[in-house]
Design a protein around this ligand. Structure first.
Ligand SMILES: [Zn+2]
Length: 394
């Protein structure tokens, strides 16, 4: 491996001719180590690159015991190979990452907030700040200050320095790892920030394009601040715009009126639910009355479009009207029905035993309490059989 990998020497390289120096297998995952690489391995909050080596897809890049392993989806190539970088993904990472450097530096200089962590997410990224609360106007001020630095097209450069030199520089660092020896890599945003970092960055703040703060979340000991930068920001705006258009069409209002429009639709829906509930209540009462007029010791009815709750309401009403008899009530479609076996308080039937019998015939299971035995029924076509059995008990 070249002492400084190509992705670090020139982060704009998209393809590289190099050599496979080792091929291996890590628990069923084939990998190669290259003489040099333009694929950045996962580290420092920046996810690993993707790409291809001699046409074989690289699905992950990791540093293991000081060497960079390129994990492949197919058999490892050998000898001289061309490495191709998934540039869109890398540029996106460089925009989020360089955006983070700038955001962190501006937050520290303008507000005195220190960054304690950084996450480059798949959709949005965030930094953790050591401040308990951020007011909306502070957020706006911070975003404006970052935008000013983006417009200033400040060069972003990287270099390596010795530990002795590091000690003389005004570097923003959280300290070197215990026992670290060798050179330290510094990344500088001219006139704004100097900090230790091993990642890849765009060449100027202008290449960040834009950075939008998306809000905060309280966390123990600080505040998480969400943001998007670069091409992601345009993409995200596009997604939101399209979604708004669909919602406008659904609700029939302008963008500004969408929240009020939805709120009013939800109110209407609640009102409609209340009406349906009241009508079902009335219907259950009417159905029970009609049933009670029936002949024979076992009353019965089936409602294809109703459910178990409706059957319970009918049974409740029957209890008021007819204390002598029993009723088998069913609802729903074949395969997904429900049943209620009800017995009036003066009916002499072993409700639990009969209930289990009915459940078995109707291909379901159930349980009972009081004067009701209820359950699911998958075989409603056998209702007649269940009724015949009940009549032998009643
Ligand atoms: Zn960095």
């Amino acid at each position: 491996m070249a002492s400084i990998p190509a992705y670090e020497r020139d982060p704009s390289l998209r393809s590289l001719l190099t050599e496979v120096v080792q091929a291996g297998d890590d628990r069923g995952r084939p990998f190669v180590v290259l003489a040099d690489t333009i694929l950045y391995p996962d580290g420092g909050g920046q996810p690993a690159d993707r790409g291809q080596i001699a046409g074989v897809t690289v699905e992950d890049v990791r540093t293991v015991d000081g060497t960079i392993r390129h994990y492949l989806t197919g058999p490892p190539p050998a000898g001289r190979v061309t490495v191709e970088l998934d540039w869109a993904r890398r540029l996106d990472h460089m925009q989020q990452h360089t955006g983070q450097h700038l955001l962190t530096a501006v937050a520290e200089q303008r507000m005195g907030w220190r960054t304690t962590a950084f996450h480059l997410g798949e959709q949005v990224s965030d930094i953790e700040l050591d401040t308990p609360k951020i007011a909306p106007e502070q957020l706006m001020g911070l975003e404006e200050a970052v935008a000013t630095e983006i417009r200033a097209c400040r060069p972003v450069t990287a270099r390596r320095v010795s530990q002795q030199e590091l000690a003389t520089l005004p570097v923003r660092t959280r300290g070197l790892p215990e026992g670290f020896t060798g050179d330290i890599r510094l990344v500088e945003i001219a006139g704004v920030d100097l900090n230790t970092c091993g990642g890849t960055h765009v060449g100027s703040t202008a290449e960040i394009e834009a950075l939008k703060l998306l809000g905060t979340e309280a966390m123990r000991g600080g505040t998480r601040l969400f943001y998007v930068a670069g091409a992601r920001l345009r993409h995200l705006l596009g997604v939101h715009h399209e979604r708004s258009a669909k919602l406008r069409q659904l609700v029939g209002t302008s963008d500004d009126e969408l929240p009020a429009g939805f709120s009013s639709k939800l109110d209407q829906l609640k009102e409609a639910h209340r009406t349906v509930k009241a009508l079902e209540e009335e219907l259950a009462v009417e159905c029970a009355r009609a049933l009670a007029l029936g002949q024979g010791p076992v009353l019965h009815a089936h409602w294809p479009a109703r459910d178990l709750t409706f059957l319970q309401r009918v049974a409740k009403e029957l209890a008021r009207l007819d204390p002598e008899r029993i009723a088998l009530l069913t609802a729903g479609a074949e395969g997904q029905g429900a049943f209620v076996l009800w017995a009036g308080e003066r009916a002499t039937i072993d409700l639990a035993a009969s209930g289990r019998e009915v459940a078995e015939i109707l291909g379901g299971r159930g349980g009972g309490s009081g004067r009701i035995f209820q359950g699911k029924a998958t075989g409603l076509s056998r209702r007649t059989e269940a009724l015949a059995r009940l009549r032998t008990h009643a």
